[in-house]
Design a protein around this ligand. Sequence first.
Ligand code: NAD
Length: 435
Amino acid sequence: MSQPVGAPAAQSHPLPSYLQADHLGPWGNYLQQVDRVTPYLGSLARWVETLKRPKRILIVDVPIELDNGTIAHYEGYRVQHNLSRGPGKGGVRFHQDVTLSEVMALSAWMSVKNAAVNVPYGGAKGGIRVDPKKLSMGELERLTRRYTSEIGLLIGPSKDIPAPDVNTNGQIMAWMMDTYSMNTGATATGVVTGKPVDLGGSLGRVEATGRGVYTVGVEAAKLTGLALEGARIAVQGFGNVGGIAAKLFAEAGAKVVAVQDHTGTIFNSKGLDVPALLAHVKTRGGVGGFAGADVMKAEEFWGVDCEILIPAALEGQITKDNAGQIKAKLVIEGANGPTTTEADDILHDKGVLVLPDVIANAGGVTVSYFEWVQDFSSFFWSEDEINARLVRIMQEAFAGIWQVAQEHKVSLRTATFIVACQRILHAREMRGLYP
Ligand code: NAD
């Protein structure tokens, strides 16, 4: 039963050690964001502890036989942060620096993001601590299949639906879908999204996150009077999110002047040839060695003269050490968690407008939702329909968040958290505690 307004706050108990903020890093950053939103939650604040504890954490050992005959063990995770609004939804990351703290934070940001764009999902995330670039295709397939079997306890089309994230793609989703289907005895296309189109994937899914980044960028530019034509853009990360966002901004007349990825930092004040750079990255694996640009020192990237900065690589990139150098008027967070809380404050004080990850990169999960709906109904939409629905959802969500930010005089991050956490905690309250 719901409690009346003004009911006493829930009694707090010490947090398990792995949830404490002194395990800093992404989870600590997320906890600070929750603390900032709590004063705006009204009577729902009594449920806020729910947001500070993932519902389920699964840590799995993933053993595989390498091509040379040795057995290697990798650590894998699946975290379901909150399922109040629906099944878990969130990507799977393969990266050598994946940690439990990171996966927990990413799962929590998925809860917030899914609620911010009002898709009927809770938040989840998974990952394996591995450098997949060191594995052969066969090893990668064995790793993916064993991981999928190990997390099979949690995932399913109406339970928890993984998707691609850093270093995972349509092929890996196809192996995940096949493994789950083999284990359950029926083809279950709806168990993952981001699949190839021939396997129940959706048109427009590959471009969706970048398109969402672009869409909110256009809206923010309109609201702040920033002309996109000729605007200079710097992008960190030139993969699925950064590459597509750069392409769309360039097509709209902006100049992508600097790009940084794990292979180098490149610069061209006249604007990089984005289609040529995308083709280069496809064959060479990164921007390093691109002929149409000068090489720049990595640490100079953040101080590049530009109007728009798009971090689209990993979390914790904009910190108190480099935020002061940023010259952009608009930062659009394609990546999850790229800005630390201290850096967020520095940018705010400098008058830089930050479009936070929890709305800016929500285009991917929005089209994942469309993919899931199409798989359930076995009826597929055209790419134009997908893109039109995506743009409408992103525009409406962004407009609502903008209004909340104006009303409460808070940052767009806090405004997004206000909208999303109210939705999550209201669902929590309406459902009540079981038993
Ligand atoms: P990706 O694997 O396609 O690309 C990652 C990019 O980051 C690559 O260009 C890589 O070179 C670069 N990178 C990695 N380490 C780096 C470093 N140390 N310095 C600079 N660049 C580095 O991944 P993606 O799918 O584009 O994801 C990028 C970010 O966007 C992640 O934070 C991810 O969680 C987030 N995101 C992705 C999606 C999606 O649909 N793919 C959706 C929402 C959010």
